[in-house]
Design a protein around this ligand. Structure first.
Ligand SMILES: Nc1ncnc2c1ncn2[C@@H]1O[C@H](COP(=O)(O)OP(=O)(O)O)[C@@H](O)[C@H]1O
Ligand SMILES: [Mg+2]
Length: 218
């Protein structure tokens, strides 16, 4: 299994006391599987993605990615795992403003030691970014920036992609097209995908669907 989660728990403590968010999540995902994660706003979807990506720490339970136990790694170990195995696509794109589209796309692949110009060219073509390569992120539309973020993630050939409402601020038609490309590229590259979406239509297009509610998965 590429991703294994056992009995994961997480709560946050704020001024009003402790709020349990995840109350015993277990899940396994194999390479090539695409899982849609739905749930109401505030149900803990982003929290779960952050824990899988090692961006935050669980209170209890275990997560392993590609055989490595995320929950047992220190900060440096989790950063290395993210760099080498995990691709994260957030809604806010997080492109590097000082780099051109071409360099944004190749940057993470270089960090991961997997810069592959031919693969990058395939992605640029599939995502329709060929005319944008010399531009900077601020010169692109939201939809174009989103496609650059997806190309950048796939270019690094991560074993696991975590996508948090990646098409949330695109119009429906562009979102559909970007998602088609993402799923096709995921299945071609044999990557596993966890896609957070509030859309049941998008969720239905993934090979597996899970719903997060009251801290539990169904
Ligand atoms: N860093 C944080 N500190 C305190 N509470 C948080 C933090 N992050 C998330 N929460 C709370 O945890 C719950 C789940 O949030 P989140 O994972 O963002 O849900 P979703 O992505 O499903 O909308 C919410 O009640 C939210 O307010
Ligand atoms: Mg969220």
């Amino acid at each position: 299994m590429l991703l294994e989660i056992q009995d994961l728990t997480k709560s946050y403590t704020g001024p009003d006391g402790t709020v349990p968010v995840l109350q015993g999540i277990s899940l396994s995902l194999a390479a090539g599987e695409a899982l849609a994660l739905t749930g109401e706003s505030g149900s803990g979807k982003s929290t779960l993605l952050h824990l899988i990506g090692g961006l935050d720490r669980a209170d209890g339970g275990r997560i392993s990615v590609n055989g490595q136990e995320v929950t047992a790694l220190d900060d440096a170990g989790r950063a290395a795992l993210r760099r080498e195995k995990i691709g994260i696509i957030f809604q806010q794109f997080n492109l590097i403003p000082s780099l051109t589209v071409r360099d944004n796309i190749r940057f993470q692949a270089r960090l991961a030691g997997r810069d592959d110009p031919a693969w990058a060219a395939t992605l640029i073509d599939a995502l329709g970014l060929g005319d944008q390569l010399a531009k900077y992120p601020e010169e692109l539309s939201g939809g174009q920036q989103q496609r650059v973020a997806i190309a950048r993630t796939l270019a690094a050939r991560p074993a696991l992609i975590l996508a948090d409402e990646p098409t949330g601020n695109l119009d429906e038609e562009t979102a559909d097209r970007v998602l088609d490309q993402l799923s096709r590229l995921v299945s071609e590259a044999g990557t596993a995908l966890v896609l957070v979406t509030h859309s049941s239509v998008l969720a239905a297009r993934m090979s597996r669907q899970h719903h997060l509610s009251h801290g539990c998965l169904s």
